[in-house]
Write a protein that binds this ligand. Structure first.
Ligand code: MLT
Length: 206
């Protein structure tokens, strides 16, 4: 549940335009992706939620274990917390989750993809910059009403091409509508990638 420690960014926009939910990368904050969100959909209301964990001084949406692997218990409970927090603030700001577009980068993109594969989030569209599969999904849900744009960089030291492909195959296996953008750079967001994401968002707003 959201509490007074929850860090939220809200920028009002046109109420008839799809709202954007921003989920930052490791070490980021609730406002990090605001410029990108404004570029993608200039008139949209924006909601940013900061991951409430801190690891090595960096904000995150879930922890690692002592041996450096992903802490699946933390991932599970923090994803529940995030979905409840999204419910709380979309209600507070009168944002339509059915129309909402998630814009996530890295750690934030990972938690959004994990939410779709394991929970029942109400959001239906996402731009996922440099996401990865955190844990294999045994029973794939039916995500036939979901649309996802995902990107990967060939030189990425964090997300291997194999892992990215596994994530995209899992999402395709759920019958989600999946679009992929790949560049030859690293874990960074570059301009052609933003142009591709904007074209996708423009084609997918309702
Ligand atoms: C993660 O921890 O979610 C991934 O390693 C990506 C990142 O560094 O945030």
């Amino acid at each position: 549940m959201a509490d007074e420690q929850t860090h939220i960014f809200f920028k009002p926009g046109q109420s008839d335009t799809a709202p954007i939910l921003m989920l930052h990368g490791t070490g980021g904050d609730e406002q990090d992706l605001s410029k990108i969100a404004s570029y993608l959909l200039p008139t949209s209301p924006q909601l940013g939620i900061r991951g409430r964990l801190i690891e090595n001084g960096q904000t995150r949406y879930f922890n690692h274990t002592a041996d450096g692997s992903f802490d699946l218990n933390s991932l599970n409970s923090e994803t529940d917390w995030l979905l409840e927090t999204i419910d709380t603030y979309t209600e507070q700001y009168h944002l339509d989750q059915e129309k909402m577009i998630v814009v996530g980068y890295s750690n934030g993109a990972n938690v959004a993809a994990y939410a779709w594969l394991t929970k029942r989030p109400r959001f239906k569209k996402a731009v996922l910059f440099h996401p990865m599969l955190l844990t294999p999904t045994v029973d794939l849900p039916d995500l036939s009403k979901i649309s996802i744009w995902g990107s990967h960089g060939e030189q990425d030291p964090i997300v291997s091409k194999t892992n990215f492909d596994e994530l995209m195959q899992s999402l395709t296996g759920t019958h989600a509508d999946v679009s992929i953008f790949e560049h030859e750079q690293s874990h960074n967001i570059n301009e052609p990638e933003l142009v591709s994401a904007k074209a996708w968002v423009t084609a997918h707003i309702s």
